[in-house]
Design a protein around this ligand. Structure first.
Ligand code: ZN
Length: 405
């Protein structure tokens, strides 16, 4: 409406008025000559409808008195700092205060969008937290809904001697209650008890380890972004409902980051109540994923494929599927915005790797049971991961984590 010019406006006005008059005239004719009350009511409805429902351009042109404004817009953004510096992968929180055009009215759209001029130097989160990646200077911009902007200049200084050279990637599957481990999952070292998982997480925390997201890990591997020594990437495969019921509260308690690799086809709408006595697989639902993404983004969700988590004989279907079947599987997962993938059973094929490599959304791919830490030269689309065994105790866990450096 704002962009429409005056001649268009008057044309629209006269056309609209003409049609209103015409409709009114017809309705009058019906009322007088046909004398059918039902028709008269209908016609009156037609005649008044445009003014009542078309709020886009009719009412404010026709109305004699301008509607009283209830909201105002942003005239200026004030940042809590316009300069700042970050060391290594330190963080800096920017706050944007919105100055209203009319100070007596509230601002209607208060959303602020953050962006950085050089994403390889630093990133900025949705709520204005700037995190350094490499030495350099970036401009961080806050933009209001009406386009008003403010910019801060942030210097990042990275000490490469303190940067991680080796990052162990840990793989868990079922992190279940102690009762479930004792009663139904005692036979498998793929299930780990809540109390052991808790001791491991506590040990990480009290020994100065630093958990990272897959995005941070990909920046480190691909772009050479800074991550401190003693960095660890925790991954939990399959998206079992225990990840939500058992692992999530523990990760949250120690404020640790982790990534859950989910199998698209298994994700139900709702997550079932936890039952430590059943032995069959139950999966985290869309409700739980939505909740975690909102409440605790430190636990993130990535792809374990849509429907490639089954085997033909010894190998995962990835070994046998054609390129087009694999691409179609990826397509079904595309809407979730995944940026990394863990191959089911760690099995890959030429087609699978080609499909991942050529997928613009996927930045990095993870293998399985490779038992060495990732380095900056590890194959980008087949990053090694350790399996953390349920019967490995705290000792087995420490020996894996201590490969960090
Ligand atoms: Zn799996």
């Amino acid at each position: 409406m704002v962009s429409r010019n005056n001649s268009n406006r008057s044309l629209l006005l006269s056309t609209t008025l003409a049609s209103v008059l015409l409709v009114a005239l017809i309705s009058f004719a019906y009322t007088v000559f046909a004398a059918q009350p039902a028709f008269a009511e209908d016609a009156q409805l037609v005649a008044t409808t445009p003014a009542e429902t078309d709020s886009t351009n009719f009412t404010d042109v026709v109305a004699e008195q301008p509607r009283k404004a209830k909201y105002t817009t942003v005239s200026e953004i004030k940042l809590n700092k316009t300069r700042g510096s970050i060391k290594n992968n330190g963080k800096l929180k920017l706050e944007a205060a919105l100055v209203p055009v009319d100070p007596t009215l509230p601002i209607k759209r208060t959303k602020v969008t953050w962006s950085v001029s050089k994403p390889k130097i630093a990133r900025v989160s949705e709520d204005g937290v700037v995190q350094g990646k490499r030495t350099g200077t970036v401009k961080v911009t806050a933009t209001a809904a009406n386009g008003v902007k403010a910019t801060a200049t942030i210097r990042v200084k990275v000490n490469k001697a303190k940067m991680a050279k080796r990052i162990p990637v840990l793989t868990y599957h079922r992190i279940c209650s102690d009762k479930a481990k004792r009663n139904v999952y005692d036979y498998t070292n793929t299930a780990i008890s809540a109390s052991l998982f808790k001791r491991q997480m506590q040990w990480l925390k009290s020994n100065g380890y630093h958990t990272v997201s897959t995005e941070e890990f990909a920046d480190w591997r691909i772009e050479g972004a800074f991550l401190p020594k003693k960095s660890v990437l925790i991954t939990i495969d399959d998206g079992l409902y225990e990840t939500y019921h058992v692992a999530y509260p523990i990760l949250r308690k120690y404020n640790l980051k982790a990534t859950s690799f989910v199998i698209g086809i298994h994700v139900p709408k709702k997550t079932a109540e936890y039952n430590p006595s059943v032995w069959w697989d139950r999966y985290m639902g869309r409700d739980a994923i939505r909740e975690v993404r909102k409440e605790y983004p430190n636990l993130e969700f990535q792809s374990h494929t849509y429907n490639m988590h089954h085997r033909y004989g010894e190998y995962g279907v990835a070994k046998y599927w054609s390129r087009s079947s694999i691409d179609a599987d990826f397509e079904k997962n595309a809407k979730y915005g995944f940026t990394s993938i863990a191959y089911p059973f760690g099995h890959t094929s030429q087609h699978l790797l080609a499909s991942v490599r050529e997928n613009p959304d996927i930045r990095i791919g993870f293998g399985y049971m490779m038992y060495h830490p990732a380095t900056r030269t590890s194959p980008r689309y087949n990053i090694p991961r350790f399996k953390v065994f349920g019967d490995g105790g705290l000792g087995g866990f420490k020996s894996i984590v201590r490969t960090a450096g």
